[in-house]
Write a protein that binds this ligand. Structure first.
Ligand SMILES: Nc1ncnc2c1ncn2[C@@H]1O[C@H](COP(=O)(O)OP(=O)(O)OP(=O)(O)O)[C@@H](O)[C@H]1O
Ligand SMILES: [Mg+2]
Length: 395
């Protein structure tokens, strides 16, 4: 028997094999660190990545195909979504509704309707209350008089929150007395007003990440302890020092929130633990979250990988810890100017420190420029080393 017919038959088998599938393309709206880390996870699995952001963006440069343009323009969006298998967002502010308008059969996860609810802190709070999720006392205030009444009801200090567009605490203000009300109102009120919340004297802040597929499967990450400084995430430690009962409650509330909002993708649930053992939901983030960055080195499947797998409706990975403990510390900008790698060298001397730099070309005070994760046998030890490595990096 000559050799060629075997080859020919093999060739035929390959060409008629209709089970072969090309690797999918995911479209990410956004070009910041969350888009970057999601893209890196996707590319590792052979998935094609396309990003769209309003301006060329350092963090996603060189990762797949990065486009920039006016993403509120349906034509720009149509060009972007064409050829994608699924669209996702890296931030709740990305215009998912424009993507949905032009996407036809291409799914957009999270859905624009989910983002509409989460984007507005007042609408989100009402939804959480209706879903039976515990939270602090609050009022949606349409006028300064209503805000004064709300302060009388919740007491001082109160927390005033801008309804839309705030992040990293930029839209929050503590109000200690009636004298503070006009200034806070002027600074934060949208045309439809603002949110007034009772200040919670929590003993610690916790967060739980949930990843959920359109077909319903979900996984829940371990509970983390977050330390906020100036209303901004400073560090994340896992396991959280809370009791197993509190951790259970926290995970159950996070799942309840994900199911209530029919989340697809990642959901970050920020929580307060009070002295009397209660858990209150602070707010939700419908995407990978700063409190889940530790999972890259510390969990069997990172939040970024599970985000990608969930939006593709692929089986989810195990979210459990692969190490006894971990800590993540954010690297914030400390000056204004171009970034420099000069200070990185000494941070590498810290044992088991994984340094993540986001690729932003310009630094400014308090801008999130990167983070450090340290894995260790004990949470305290992980935090000490993560702080040490992060403090050596001056971007
Ligand atoms: N009602 C409250 N009582 C006590 N502290 C609060 C309250 N609301 C917010 N905070 C503090 O301010 C931080 C930021 O608040 P919030 O999460 O509402 O703002 P954000 O701008 O969405 O922040 P981020 O983007 O960091 O999540 C909280 O993590 C918490 O430390
Ligand atoms: Mg928050």
């Amino acid at each position: 028997m000559p050799f060629w017919p075997v080859e020919w038959k093999f060739f035929l088998r390959c060409t008629v094999d209709n089970t072969s599938q090309p690797f999918p393309t995911i479209g990410i709206l956004g070009g910041g660190q969350l888009g970057r880390m999601s893209a890196l996870a996707a590319i590792r699995m052979g998935i094609h990545v396309r990003t769209l952001s309003p301006k060329p963006s350092g963090p996603v440069e060189g990762l797949g195909e990065s486009l920039s343009g006016d993403w509120t323009d349906p034509d720009v969006m149509r060009n972007f979504v064409t050829g994608c298998d699924v669209i996702t967002v890296e931030s709740e502010w990305a215009p998912a509704e424009v993507a949905e308008e032009v996407a036809g059969d291409i799914p957009v996860y999270p859905r624009a309707e989910t983002l509409r609810i989460i984007r507005h802190k007042g609408v989100q709070r009402k939804r959480l209350t209706e879903a039976g999720l515990p939270g602090t006392q609050y009022r949606l205030c349409a006028s300064i008089e209503e805000a004064e009444d709300a302060c009388a009801a919740v007491g001082f200090p109160a927390v005033f929150k801008r309804f839309q567009g705030s992040y990293d605490g930029y839209g929050n203000r503590m109000v200690h007395s009636t004298d503070d009300i006009p200034g806070a109102w002027q600074a934060l009120a949208d045309p439809d007003g603002l949110l007034v919340e009772k200040w919670v004297p929590f003993i610690r802040e916790l967060a739980v990440m949930v990843s959920r597929r359109p077909s319903g499967e979900y996984v829940v990450y371990p509970v983390v302890h977050i330390e906020q400084r100036n209303h901004r995430c400073h560090s994340v430690v896992v396991p959280a020092p809370s009791s197993p009962d509190i951790q259970n409650q926290a995970q159950q509330l996070a799942v309840q929130a994900a199911l209530n909002l029919d989340i697809v993708g990642m959901l970050g649930v920020e929580l307060f633990e009070t002295r009397d053992g209660a858990i209150l939901v602070n707010e939700l983030a419908p995407r990978p979250h700063n409190s889940g960055h530790f999972s890259i080195e510390s969990c069997k499947t990172s939040q970024f990988e599970n985000h990608v797998r969930s939006i593709l409706d692929w089986p989810l990975g195990d979210p459990s810890l692969r190490v006894p403990a971990a800590a993540m510390v954010n690297i914030l900008g400390q000056r204004t100017g171009l970034v420099s790698s000069q200070s990185l060298r000494t941070s590498f001397e810290v044992t088991d420190a994984a340094i993540h730099i986001y690729g932003k070309t310009e630094t400014r005070p308090d801008r999130k420029m990167g983070h450090v994760t340290v894995t260790a046998d004990h949470p305290e030890e992980a935090l000490i080393r993560a702080e040490k490595a992060a403090s050596r990096i001056l971007l």
